[in-house]
Design a protein around this ligand. Structure first.
Ligand code: URA
Ligand code: URA
Length: 326
């Protein structure tokens, strides 16, 4: 990695740790191997060149196996797979990332889920991934326009993950997914399931707000190129979290995960599979805000009941009856 790249990663890691401290976090999970490595005198550490310092970063391997290694190929980290490598190459060597979600450039990342990470390994792998995403400039136009990278929020140990499309203006301002009007509706849906935002994980296909030059509000759909470029971050999030169920919110989320679909109206309510993980496609909460009909609300609710059943969550009679005309 170049010195500039190293400093950028270091800055991002420090910024991330500072922001956790501002939020009252007093401890971070670090793998015991990384801790041992950090405690060794600097002169004794492997190699003269600085490598990434983000907790759990694959760049410190083999000293910091916070990243799981495949038994059959011990030298290769399985978890933060390709994107780490792609990002660390100088720009000139980087392959152009212009492919849609289902293209071969993205597909190799979909394989080899590896073994599940321990809770501490998950924390450090996710912190390292977040640090990389926060300084990402692969879409220069989005990086120039954004106020925040909207990485993801919630419990990385949750069995349930929601995937949306892209941040809007509110999310861009706050750096958190689903906090605007549609987000508040999503929060109510999650609460109606008997959960809370802090008990699930929420992320988007795109981590930056799709820019709308000359406008401070309004949204646009991400382009296939933007989606293909950003998708590796979501794939790594999924590989780290290993949710038991993913809810794909709206057509763009379904397309991002599954490639082209017949449209959300046909896809919703039917289980799909993404890398062995069951995916429930449903309408986007923004669509529910535009279409207030009881029938459409009930369809989304039926999808959530199916998710609750799949997860073995308790379902009350009252919950079963929501949005049914009596
Ligand atoms: N819509 C989305 O798809 N994601 C957000 O984070 C907010 C609105
Ligand atoms: N139209 C949309 O834009 N989103 C949906 O989820 C459904 C219909």
């Amino acid at each position: 990695m170049s010195d500039a790249g190293y400093r950028q990663l270091l800055d991002a890691t420090l910024q991330y740790l500072e922001s956790r401290r501002e939020h009252g976090v007093r401890h971070v999970h670090v793998s015991s191997a990384l801790l041992a490595e950090l405690e060794r005198p600097k002169s004794a550490r492997t190699g003269a060149k600085p490598t990434a310092v983000a907790p759990g970063s694959p760049a410190r391997r083999p000293a910091a196996p916070a990243v799981v290694e495949k038994p059959s190929a011990p030298a290769k980290p399985v978890v933060p797979a390709q994107p780490a490598v792609v990002e660390q190459r100088p720009a000139a060597e980087r392959p152009p990332v212009s492919a849609p979600a289902s293209s071969p450039q993205v597909l190799p990342l979909l394989g080899a889920p590896g073994r599940a990470l321990s809770p501490a390994e998950k924390e450090s792998a996710m912190a390292a991934l977040r640090a990389r995403a926060l300084v990402c400039r692969k879409c220069e136009h989005l990086a120039a326009a954004r106020r925040n990278v909207v990485f993801g929020v919630g419990d990385i140990h949750s069995p349930l993950m929601f995937v949306g499309e892209a941040p809007g203006a509110d999310e861009d301002a706050q750096g958190e997914p689903f906090v605007g009007k549609a987000g508040q509706l999503l929060t109510r849906i999650i609460q109606t399931m008997g959960l809370g935002r802090d008990r699930v994980y929420i992320a988007n296909i795109l981590k930056c707000r799709p820019d709308t030059p000359g406008q401070s509000s309004g949204n646009r759909k991400p382009t296939p190129t933007e989606m293909g470029t950003c998708l590796p971050y979501l794939l790594e999030q999924i590989q780290i979290i290993r949710p038991r169920v993913i809810v794909a919110l709206g057509a763009t989320a379904v397309e991002g995960l599954m490639g082209k679909t017949d449209g959300i109206t046909r896809a919703r309510g039917q289980w799909l599979t993404f890398q062995d993980t069951p995916v429930m496609p449903t309408y986007h909460p923004a669509y529910l805000l535009r279409n207030q009909s009881m029938a459409v609300k009930r369809l989304v609710w039926e999808d959530m009941l199916a998710v609750m059943e799949r997860l073995g969550l308790p379902i009350t009679e009252k919950q079963r009856g929501y949005f049914l005309r009596s």
